[in-house]
Design a protein around this ligand. Structure first.
Ligand SMILES: C[S@@+](CC[C@H](N)C(=O)[O-])C[C@H]1O[C@@H](n2cnc3c(N)ncnc32)[C@H](O)[C@@H]1O
Length: 278
């Protein structure tokens, strides 16, 4: 990456006190170029000066670097496999009480957490068992978390939702849809920076590890060292026997191959082995 681009990331790191230097170089370059084009800057040095002078620009660029896009059931086959073949194995053995704890890490506006809540609810109804389900949905962006807490989604993000799910789990409201309060109540939204070197998991993990961790379409935007660092934390937060759900373009680093075993040939669902320690 050219020096000024490095400087821009280091400026954002100092400005917000958060790590922007761990995002991949190619991503940063693309995003900065895109922003410069929008503003009609041709020289990077000019844009750097603007970034330092304009009070709103750092937040704007940081949002661009942290790519917000999400949608319901993004990668429908994997969600279907999770629902039909995996969720039941994560339920507590006792039919009386017990917990199922999931973490949607880098959850954007909650589309992924709601998708998980829906398939868990469908499975519980089918099996007629009702353990307590807690889904922790975390993101670094407060405004994304606000969207999640509002639970209101435009039709554009609901592409992967079936008609049956739409009727069972959403109520039409104006030009969008509101997620059912019963589903919303399974989810707690909170801020957690996956690149924060001082913490490996949200505070909720103090009460135990997670049976299911979904961290999708975030690791792919990191440089290789940060990828490993975040992966170590996810592995640590996952209970033995628990399942890690990655994005299509993300994979398990070699040093975890023995400890995280792919559940299906096709896809990115991995089970942590019972003796899983690195
Ligand atoms: C492309 S979205 C992925 C959303 C969802 N997981 C999915 O697959 O649809 C990436 C998310 O990562 C979040 N993010 C970026 N940097 C982060 C960080 N350091 N810690 C936690 N979340 C972060 C962004 O705010 C954004 O919501």
């Amino acid at each position: 990456m050219g020096e000024p681009a490095v400087e821009i990331l280091s400026f954002l790191t100092d400005h917000f006190g958060e790590d922007f230097q761990s995002y991949s170089q190619s991503l940063a370059e693309k995003r900065i170029a895109e922003r410069m084009k929008q503003l009609r800057f041709t020289a990077l040095a000019e844009y750097r000066e603007f970034l330092k002078a304009d009070p709103d620009e750092p937040a704007y660029l940081s949002r661009m670097l942290r790519i917000r896009f999400s949608s319901f059931f993004r990668d429908p086959l994997q969600f279907e496999l999770l629902k039909s073949q995996v969720i039941s194995s994560l339920l507590p053995v006792s039919t009386q009480g017990g917990f199922l704890r999931a973490w949607s890490a880098a959850c954007a506006g909650g589309e992924e957490a709601c998708s998980l809540a829906i398939i868990i609810d469908e499975t519980l109804q089918l099996l007629d068992v009702y353990p307590k389900v807690q889904i922790f949905a975390t993101d670094v962006a407060e405004d994304a978390l606000e969207e999640g807490r509002a639970g209101y989604y435009g039709a554009g993000s609901l592409g992967g939702v079936t008609l049956q799910q739409l009727k069972a789990y959403f109520t039409p409201d104006g030009s969008g849809y509101r997620i059912l309060p019963r589903i919303q109540s399974m989810i707690s939204y909170g801020r957690h920076d996956l690149l924060d070197p001082h913490t490996y998991a949200p505070p909720e993990s103090l009460f135990g590890g997670f049976d299911l961790i979904s961290c999708r379409n975030f690791l792919m935007y990191l440089d290789p060292q940060a990828y490993l660092r975040v992966f170590d934390n996810l592995f640590r937060a996952l209970n033995p026997g628990g399942v890690l759900f990655l994005g299509k373009a993300e994979s398990v680093p070699e040093r975890y191959h023995k400890h995280l075993v792919r559940i299906f040939e096709c896809g990115n669902l991995y089970r942590k082995q019972l003796t899983g320690r690195t």
